[in-house]
Design a protein around this ligand. Structure first.
Ligand code: XIL
Length: 478
């Protein structure tokens, strides 16, 4: 019904969470099927499950098979940091970051921008600037990078690791030049460059309640009271085996109560090598705790692991003698922590084999065998339980020209009411619904796909919509 090509602002149910990349096997409506990947299970709970990738990972097919099958969210491990993006003053290099963003888009993963301001991986030209030039350099860096990635990142870690363990601020180049006000300045600058990106402060050892997280809490309260744009807190969660803080859930809840999102951003759980099977069981318990803590806090938008598997984890290189810190072993086979995380999310593993690591067809497969022959094809996977359901909708552009800005119209079965959605804005919440693209998924290239989805209440009828139209054109189903 709507034919204009530009995104419209609708009174929308906010689209904040999980991206909806489901495997091709989910193409038909399947009520109540338990999810068999981390991302599908997380999406069914309104969350995402992410990983970190570095550029060299992309040529490792065992790694990417797992990443594509399991994760719907991606953080570049190094490629958006200052030493890569602005190695000398005013000279920018976004190539490596762009490669990862393109990969994420092609595999229906949202991107966490990491990071704009950090004391580490900071080129020496910044730290050796006269203090009266640091603010301008910081603002230029933020503006240029956040503008470059505008519309392509879900969130930014605007300031990374600003605190010392005792709750004081690190006396890095930024603090030394500007005092504590650099944080507000960085957030305001990022917001001006990309008003739609969620802006985070990200740090480690702030997962539980302690001096460092208390100081962060006080800072954030003050930022909010001054009207500084801030949307979330990233809890890195680089844990030591058996040491997930018991106050993690309460800590997330107190930040959420300030009106912020929280996210587990860099999860790993390191073990003194060699890891025993008891260690791996403890690691599984630790992952269960973390996932359950996130599930218990509505504003916890998702969990991301730092890396895909033990073979690509940063831990052995940084903490000698430690390792085995992720859900996948050296050969990208799932460890007990994988099964635990999936089970905590309500998913199930296929027990007959290690299928989670079997290479799968990328979810963006641009199969042209669509029977309808229209300009679009829509597959819709319904996952229902007694009173609720999620739908994961994949829109494929089967036409011969790129879509740039879209609205997808469909009619919900009676009794269904959308309560939250992702990757699009949904309005109204029942009856005939229009889903309008988010800024970061407005473009659908020829043969390309976009995944969106929502969670809804139902009163017994869990049927998927019978048909979908994209920008006024009826799409083929399937
Ligand atoms: C790490 C990367 O994984 C390494 O490759 C790099 O050498 C150092 O940084 N906290 C963060 C991440 O916010 O950016 C760090 O990543 C890990 C700790």
């Amino acid at each position: 019904m709507h034919t204009d090509q530009r995104p419209r602002k609708l009174a929308a149910i906010t689209a904040v969470i999980a991206s909806a990349a489901l495997a091709g096997t989910m193409a038909l409506a399947r009520p109540a099927a338990a999810a068999t990947s981390l991302k599908a299970a997380a999406e069914a709970k309104g969350k995402y499950f992410g990983t970190a990738l570095v550029q060299s990972n992309l040529s490792n097919s065992a790694l990417t098979a797992v990443a594509n099958a399991q994760f719907d969210f991606m953080t570049p491990g190094n490629e958006m940091k200052w030493d890569t993006t602005e190695p000398s003053n005013g000279s920018y290099n976004f190539g490596p970051g762009d490669t990862l963003v393109n990969y994420a888009v092609a595999h229906s993963m949202r991107v966490r921008g990491h990071n704009l301001v950090w004391h580490s991986q900071l080129p020496s030209w910044v730290s050796s600037l006269p203090t009266n030039q640091v603010q301008a350099a910081m603002e230029a860096h933020i503006t240029t990078e956040a503008t470059h990635y505008k519309g392509q990142v879900y969130s930014w870690d605007v300031v990374n690791e600003p605190f010392n363990e005792d709750g004081s601020l690190r006396t890095d180049a930024f603090y030394n030049a500007m005092g504590s006000g650099y944080i507000a300045d960085a957030l305001r600058t990022a917001h001006a460059a990309d008003p739609n990106a969620k802006l985070y402060l990200n740090d480690y050892n702030i997962e539980g309640e302690n001096a460092k997280s208390n100081a962060l809490y006080t800072l954030v309260q003050s930022l909010i009271s001054q009207g500084v744009p801030i949307n979330g807190i990233g809890l890195e969660s680089h844990f030591i085996l058996g040491q997930v803080p018991s106050t993690m859930q309460a800590n997330m809840a107190r930040f959420a109560a300030l009106g912020l999102d929280v996210a587990v951003t860099e999860l790993d759980d390191r073990i003194t090598l060699p890891a025993s099977s008891a260690n791996l069981q403890q690691q599984a318990a630790d992952y269960t705790t973390v996932v359950n803590d996130c599930l218990a806090v509505t504003r916890c938008v998702g969990v991301s692991q730092w890396g895909v598997g033990d073979a690509d984890s940063w831990i052995p290189g940084t903490f000698p003698g430690q390792g085995a810190a992720t859900m996948y072993d050296q050969n990208y086979q799932p460890k007990p922590a994988y099964n635990a995380a999936l089970a905590a999310l309500g998913g199930t593993t296929s027990t007959s084999s290690s299928t989670p690591t079997t290479p799968t067809t990328p979810s963006t497969s641009s199969s042209s065998s669509s029977p309808g022959g229209g300009a679009c094809k829509v597959s819709d996977a319904v996952n229902a339980w007694n009173t609720g359901l999620t739908e994961s909708i994949t829109i494929t552009n089967t036409g011969s020209s790129a879509v740039n800005g879209w609205q997808l119209v469909f009619t919900l079965a009676s009794g269904q009411t959308i309560t939250s959605g992702w990757n699009a804005a949904y309005s109204p919440s029942s009856g005939q619904v229009t889903a309008t693209n988010a800024s970061y998924d407005a473009a659908i290239p020829v043969g390309g796909s976009v995944n969106i989805g929502f969670q809804a209440n139902h009163t017994g009828n869990t049927a998927a919509p019978a048909s979908f139209s994209l920008n006024g054109q009826t799409c083929a189903n399937g």
